[in-house]
Design a protein around this ligand. Structure first.
Ligand code: DX5
Ligand code: ZN
Length: 223
């Protein structure tokens, strides 16, 4: 199985968003990562439903929607209607996480939970088997182009072990500070999905950069 690359349109050119989505359509990217921020859970504010709906109309790849919003359970249905295929909620934003996960699945989306750098992997132990994916935040959520937090390596190892121990098929997504410099090592250590915003869009040729990301041969790690 090859890994998935999910470029984050947080770093796209908003005046040419349609062009950037077409670029992703024609690229080897697997998913389109959409970072929703509410100015409450995180200091920044980004996209609403209308933009996601329009992105969905042109996107030929699944929308991987990452909610960095307070009380995301208020909006599960609306994100489905806007076009989300995979929906990630932040662990720290959910009082009744189990119920929220069930709501996401009932709407026919894949359910994923993100944990912030300070949240221990073990916090997910009792919910892991319900999750299609866990997103490890490797920066503090809120902004693109931040520096990868090194402690993520330990958490990746712990999460991999937990998934193995629970015999679960949950995917691991890494989000924040991912680049061509650390991607190979992240995959080697068990990541299944890499998000990359700055490292894709702020390069001279994003299409070529995506190609380089996807050329990383993970089969060598699976032997
Ligand atoms: C951060 C977002 C990330 C972000 C990644 O709050 O969740 O998805 O866009 O950005 P880069 O790849 O630029 O670190
Ligand atoms: Zn994200």
């Amino acid at each position: 199985m090859s890994y998935k690359l999910a470029p984050s349109i947080l770093s796209a050119d908003f005046l040419n968003l349609g062009r950037d989505i077409e670029m992703l359509n024609s690229s080897e990217a697997d998913w389109i990562h959409v970072d929703v921020m509410d100015g409450m859970f995180v200091p920044n504010i980004t996209f609403g439903f209308q933009i996601i709906k329009q992105v969905k109309q042109v996107a030929k790849k699944p929308l991987d929607v990452h909610l960095m919003i307070a009380q995301p359970e208020r909006y599960i249905k609306q994100f489905k209607e806007a076009g989300a295929d995979i929906l990630t909620v932040q662990y720290e934003a959910c009082t009744h996480l189990h119920r929220t996960i069930q709501q996401i699945k009932e709407e026919g989306m894949q359910a994923s939970v993100a944990i912030n750098p300070h949240t221990p992997v073990l916090a997910l132990r009792d919910i892991l088997s319900d999750l299609d994916m866990v997103l490890l935040m490797s920066v503090n959520p809120g902004f693109a182009a931040q520096k990868f937090i090194e402690h993520t390596w330990i958490k990746l190892r712990e999460l991999k072990d937990l998934i193995h121990e629970r015999k679960s098929h949950t995917l691991i997504e890494i989000d924040g500070g991912v680049s061509l410099d650390n991607a190979e090592h992240l995959l080697k250590k068990g990541a299944d999905v890499l998000v990359a915003g700055n490292a894709v869009f702020n390069t001279a040729d994003p299409l070529e950069t995506i190609k380089k990301f996807k050329e990383i041969n993970i089969h060598q790690f699976q032997a």
